[in-house]
Design a protein around this ligand. Structure first.
Ligand SMILES: CC(C)(COP(=O)(O)OP(=O)(O)OC[C@H]1O[C@@H](n2cnc3c(N)ncnc32)[C@H](O)[C@@H]1O)[C@@H](O)C(=O)NCCC(=O)NCCS
Ligand SMILES: Nc1ncnc2c1ncn2[C@@H]1O[C@H](COP(=O)(O)OP(=O)(O)OP(=O)(O)O)[C@@H](O)[C@H]1O
Length: 204
């Protein structure tokens, strides 16, 4: 039976960076952020529900969602965030479980579910073990501001919409400290997979 890993962290802690590394080990990754973009494409049910709830003003000229605008609304207002979560999360969860089961049935040794809100949305029952990608808050703010060109205020609004990465690290079965270089994080991942006996794929 495949080992299902739940990979999480806080915004900009490095989940996507680490999740790309699983490719070297031939371990498939199901990316919840990616699915959350798919389910809100024009024509999808969640898209219609979002427009109904938030109005035409959150659309771009080409009718796709203006993600920056919607982000500024929901990261400023918890009740609006809950409304959006109520629309998007069920659709993401459904797709994620179908993909997970597909990989498990294909006979893979391990599959990763990359879920930013793994703990907040209480999805830990869907995985066997949890891995948190950890960074100190000052590093996180810096990387977030640089990557997305947010002001410090915008960065903190997003960070504060989640359980702190410190708390997540305390809840995890394993922690990858991503304060250092990407290479240092890679080594930690390698060691972890060895410890959990899922390193055969690389050596095959
Ligand atoms: C508000 C939206 C449109 C902003 O889009 P944008 O392209 O700017 O950000 P992106 O989707 O890449 O998310 C970046 C990160 O923000 C954090 N984040 C996103 N949504 C949320 C949320 N509802 N609550 C807390 N943190 C969130 C996550 O750490 C995520 O990795 C988008 O994040 C969204 O639709 N969010 C609701 C769905 C959701 O919860 N997605 C995350 C897990 S499935
Ligand atoms: N070890 C590292 N050293 C330097 N920069 C890093 C490191 N890890 C990640 N980064 C950079 O920090 C930023 C955030 O990383 P990444 O996008 O992987 O985070 P994330 O947790 O997936 O974010 P989100 O929650 O928004 O999806 C990116 O610009 C990435 O290139």
């Amino acid at each position: 039976m495949a080992l299902v890993l739940g990979l999480t962290g806080s915004i900009a802690s490095g989940k996507s960076t680490i999740s790309l590394m699983f490719d070297d080990f031939n371990i498939p990754v199901v990316d919840a952020d990616k699915l959350s973009r798919e389910v809100v494409m024009p024509g999808e049910k969640a898209y219609e529900q979002i427009v109904e709830t938030f109005g035409q003003e959150i659309l771009r000229d080409d009718k796709a969602l203006d993600r920056k605008k919607l982000g500024n609304i929901i990261f400023n207002d918890e009740s609006k965030r809950k409304q959006l979560n109520g629309i998007v999360h069920p659709a993401v969860r459904e797709k994620m479980l179908v993909r997970r089961d597909g990989y498990v049935e294909s006979g893979t040794e391990c599959v990763v579910l990359d879920i930013p809100l793994l703990f907040e949305s209480k999805l830990t029952d869907f995985v066997d073990k949890t891995v948190v990608v950890y960074v100190d808050e000052d590093v996180q703010v810096q990387r977030l501001m640089e990557r997305d060109e947010y002001s410090e205020e915008e960065a903190y609004q997003r960070i504060n919409a989640q359980i702190s990465v410190k708390e997540k690290a305390n809840l995890a079965d394993a922690v990858i400290d991503n304060n250092g270089t990407k290479q240092e994080s890679y080594r930690q991942l390698e060691d972890l997979l060895k410890k959990w006996n899922v390193n055969e794929a690389k050596e095959a």
